[in-house]
Design a binder for this molecule. Structure first.
Ligand code: NAD
Length: 257
């Protein structure tokens, strides 16, 4: 029987690449995301790889919707073997100007949603004595940059959460790991470019080179495929069966500074 992977925020960027990588391995995919054409994106991937799928527009701000998404997956596929907590947003402002609603939303989507999704899948993973949880943190889960207070707090927080899951899950065959990407060229990064151009009085190319890639030892964006294949390694390979509780940088050398 096929395994099932639930990937939050999987109708764009890193999540979508991850969904494709798991679909290519024959997993049923539970897609989620707020993209307007999410249902079509999900159906197209499922058709390409000939796998079962659900598209859930569950809003990560709403715990009830997260629980309903997990229940829908159980109803359709029976179990969930892999949970990738990936949905995330960003907002950039100095701390004294940081809007309170943006702080709340970033903590809710980038951190608290992972708690609700994990809590909902946990009893079944325990019962089946198998589960793979991968949380998408960031290089900003290991180090900070100015003006990203909520994001850095959430991404540090999710690494702590991951470590607790590793300790609690060990005896039940559940592993939990975090990955910490540097800059990946996806919509979340693209949306920051106009603000950065204004803030630094730079062209688009200058922002990419001097702001985003400045700290990468390898002056390239990380690809979504690199992230997806690493998640696959952590969640689908026998070799990674005893890897748990780690926060793995995939950051072109950024945090080696
Ligand atoms: P993206 O904007 O392409 O994708 C984010 C996904 O999350 C989208 O599908 C979006 O609809 C979904 N999402 C956002 N808010 C949601 C909500 N309230 N409910 C449900 N879904 C919601 O960005 P991405 O770069 O693919 O980001 C994926 C993850 O990777 C995020 O957690 C991000 O913080 C992390 N990350 C990204 C980078 C990067 O450089 N792109 C670096 C490190 C970490």
């Amino acid at each position: 029987m096929s395994k099932t992977a639930l990937i939050t925020g999987s109708t764009s960027g890193i999540g979508l690449a991850t969904a494709k990588a798991f679909a290519a391995k024959g997993y049923n995919i539970v897609f989620n995301g707020l993209e307007e054409n999410g249902a079509e994106i999900a159906a197209e991937v499922a058709q390409t790889y000939n796998v079962g799928h659900i598209f859930s527009p569950a809003n990560m701000l709403q715990p009830e919707e997260i629980r309903a998404m997990v229940q829908q997956a159980f109803d359709q596929f029976g179990t969930i073997e892999v949970l990738v907590n990936n949905a995330g947003i960003q907002f950039v402002a100095p701390v004294e100007d940081f809007p309170e609603d943006k702080w709340d939303a970033i903590i809710a989507i980038n951190l608290t949603a992972a708690f609700h999704a994990t809590k909902a899948v946990w009893p079944k993973m325990k019962e089946q004595k198998y589960g793979r949880i991968v949380n998408i943190s960031s290089a900003h889960g290991l180090i900070a940059s100015p003006f990203k207070s909520a994001y850095v707090a959430a991404k540090h927080g999710i690494i702590g959460f991951t470590k607790v899951l590793a300790l609690e899950g060990g005896e039940f065959g559940i592993t939990a790991n975090a990955i910490c990407p540097g800059y990946v060229h996806t919509p979340i990064v693209d949306k920051q470019i106009p603000d950065q151009m204004k803030a630094h009085n730079m062209t688009r190319e200058e922002v990419i080179e001097k702001v985003f890639l400045a700290e990468h030892a390898i002056k390239e964006f990380i690809t979504t495929d690199t992230i997806a294949q690493t998640i696959l390694y952590l969640a689908d390979s026998e070799a990674a069966a005893t890897i748990t509780g780690i926060a793995m940088p995939l950051d072109a050398g950024w945090t080696a500074h």
